[in-house]
Design a protein. Structure first.
Length: 252
């Protein structure tokens, strides 16, 4: 049946994507992709990276939950990828081209189900928002083989810092990060002086925490991404900042 489909598509002049011919194959790796949630993507909001309303935060539905092999305990949150459906002429949409997504969630493994649990280690897997899956594959496919690669994240505006916590500890959600996208280190400096930078620690996803009291002080942030680049945003939050507020800094 598959051979017949391929012959018909070739007769109609439809190109079938071959994974070995994707831009020379440089930087591309193999994985599989599925989708979760409905066409409007409500189920993709929130998630293991700590993001909230993905529409308000600029990610929209161009997102994916990553399997354990890719998620890296949350360090991959914010990373951007390019995916293309390959080697499945029955389900890949002809000439669809690549889709571009940001990692915003975790696809948990199911160790009780060895067969058919695509997010189990060591498998590399992208569980996409439905609209993104449908850009490259048919709805009834369920799961398709893909080639993927890391790409630079293109974001509008600066890095966003959402402040949470209480007077005794502060947690900062860092999002809308351009460039590599995945943050590996955050430091905060309190006050407007040339004081020392305070190291923050990853709580979960892209939420970074410190037990140093910051209330009533202006705040500066230093963000490092996985490619080693560093950007500093000085005096982003004024002295009278409040928990729940979001402030914008510089971007890569």
């Amino acid at each position: 049946m598959m051979m017949v489909v391929m012959m018909m598509m070739m007769m109609m002049g439809v190109m079938i994507i071959n994974s070995e011919k994707i831009q020379g194959g440089e930087g591309w790796d193999y994985a599989h992709a599925t989708f979760y949630g409905g066409i409007h993507g409500e189920e993709t909001m929130q998630g293991a990276c700590g993001y909230g309303d993905l529409f308000q935060q600029g990610y929209g539905l161009a997102t994916a939950a990553l399997s354990t092999a890719l998620f890296n305990n949350g360090q991959a949150c914010g990373a951007c990828y390019e995916l293309i459906c390959v080697d499945d002429p029955q389900w890949c949409i002809p000439n669809a081209g690549p889709i571009r997504i940001t990692a915003t969630n975790f696809c948990p493994p199911n160790y009780e189900q060895a067969q058919g649990s695509w997010c189990n280690p060591p498998q590399k897997h992208f569980d996409l928002a439905m609209p993104m899956f449908l850009k490259m594959a048919a709805y009834h496919a369920g799961i398709v083989p893909v080639r993927y690669r890391r790409i630079s994240c293109q974001k509008q505006g600066g890095i966003k810092f959402q402040l949470m916590g209480n007077p005794y500890w502060t947690m900062v959600l860092v999002y809308n990060v351009a460039g590599a996208g995945d943050v590996v280190n955050v430091r905060v400096k309190k006050g407007t002086s040339n004081g020392e930078w305070v190291q923050m620690r990853r709580n979960w996803g892209q939420n970074w925490q410190t037990d140093v009291k910051l209330v009533g002080l202006s705040l500066s942030f230093e963000v490092t991404t996985s490619d080693g680049r560093i950007v500093q945003s000085n005096n982003v939050a004024p002295q009278n900042w409040q928990f729940g507020q979001t402030f914008q800094g510089h971007n890569f």
